[in-house]
Design a protein around this ligand. Structure first.
Ligand SMILES: [Zn+2]
Ligand SMILES: [Zn+2]
Length: 390
């Protein structure tokens, strides 16, 4: 079998063509009809028979070169874009108003399509299931994807391993970043609804003011987070405040919303308890009521340590491998794949020049030259990765 790195490199231009086309037609959320059709068509063009579920992605199984009892390899790419107006300056920008592949999922699809082509031409050592999944950003698309496809529901949990790559806009192109254990954070969203009696603005002594309650919460939450984060990083960010609508009325109601990110179940519990306590007490102090609602986001992405070492051994000195000192505070619903099958996610640096716009920014750009590196990693995983050398 020829070398997986050279097979991937030979497909660089083919992958870059697909990435450009996908970049120009971004779709947001779970409903990605054009993206589903595009990916399925490319796979059919390779002689494969993909399984397609609207709102749950595209999968295709590729049999191994020879029968084997080794676990199946599940390789996953996500497909959705973000509701962002592109200001990246790339040569082939989004052709759709208000949507942009700002998280690099167009690269994820292109590199997995490249892996598909190489695996058709040079079959893998393991049975492989390629997964193209919608709705990663906020729609928990991994869940309907895992539940809908016969190629996945037919797999026993212990009979498969999952692998995925996420491109990183501000780490050096082609660098591969590994971390055993917690790789990305738990994420939750919160909302605090305020209710007060309301009053004439000239009589603040007569009525509690939701604006004051929210301001107190923001300040106290910031202090409490600094204390809770003394030994383990965590985040509580208030991102929205909608209270009041004029200059001379104390409003009766309003709300704030925000994001919580934690790295362990213990800290998550502590932060949720702190938020609830502070929202209630700061509101009571100023005479209004507060109602806290927490929407569970994604669980943490937790990499299997032994799998990470096998990835390291498989790469050897063929790429610039780096260890992440800390988990990323980003969240990712690949967590659900790892929860079921085990395996790992890695970051692939894709920085262009000295650009500093991180994933999700309107000016984020990703170097398409990393497609070959990403495809090679998928191919190494498809062959089962060697045992760890350390
Ligand atoms: Zn994203
Ligand atoms: Zn992403």
């Amino acid at each position: 079998m020829s070398d997986r790195w050279s097979q991937a490199a030979a497909l660089q231009d083919w992958m870059a063509d697909h990435q450009r086309t996908l970049h120009q037609q971004p779709e947001v959320g779970l409903e990605l009809p054009d993206t589903h059709a595009y990916v399925a068509d490319v796979l059919r063009g390779l002689g494969l028979e993909p399984e397609v579920h609207p709102r749950a992605g595209v999968t295709v199984a590729i049999p191994p070169a020879a029968p084997t009892d080794e676990p199946t390899v599940v390789l996953r790419a996500d497909m959705d874009a973000l509701p962002v107006v592109e200001r990246s300056g790339v040569e082939h920008p989004s052709q759709r108003d208000g949507a942009m592949h700002a998280c690099g999922h167009d690269l994820h699809m292109a590199m997995l399509l490249g892996a598909a082509r190489a695996l058709v031409e040079h079959p893998p050592a393991r049975p492989v299931v390629l997964v193209f999944q919608p709705g990663e950003e906020t729609d928990r698309g991994a869940v309907p994807t895992l539940e809908s496809h016969a190629a996945l529901t037919g797999l026993a949990d212990e009979a498969a391993e999952a692998f995925a790559i996420h491109v990183h806009a501000t780490w050096p192109a082609h660098s591969v970043h590994l971390r055993p254990g917690t790789f990305m954070a738990y994420g939750d969203w919160f909302r605090v609804d305020y209710r007060g009696p309301g009053a004439h603005a000239s009589q603040p002594h007569l009525a509690g003011n939701p604006v004051v309650a929210a301001a107190e919460l923001v300040t106290h939450l910031r202090d409490a987070v600094a204390e809770l984060a003394a030994d383990e990083h965590l985040v509580a960010t208030v991102t929205e405040s909608l209270i009041g609508n004029t200059v001379n009325v104390i409003p009766t109601d309003g709300r704030v919303r925000g994001t919580l990110r934690t790295l362990s179940a213990d800290k998550r519990d502590a932060l949720l308890e702190t938020l609830d306590r502070l929202a209630t007490s700061t509101a009571a102090d100023v005479g209004v009521e507060a109602d806290v609602t927490v929407t569970e986001g994604y669980p943490a992405v937790v990499n299997d340590a032994a799998y990470v070492e096998r990835v390291r051994a498989a790469i050897g000195d063929r790429a610039d491998v780096r260890d992440m000192a800390d988990p990323s505070m980003v969240i990712e619903d690949f967590a659900y794949f790892l929860h079921r099958f085990g395996g790992a996610m890695v970051y692939l640096g894709a920085q262009v020049g000295g650009r500093t716009g991180f994933n999700h920014a309107a000016d984020a750009v990703f170097d398409p030259a990393v497609l070959a590196t990403g495809a090679a990693l998928h191919l190494l995983a498809a062959d089962g990765l060697p045992p760890a050398t350390t």
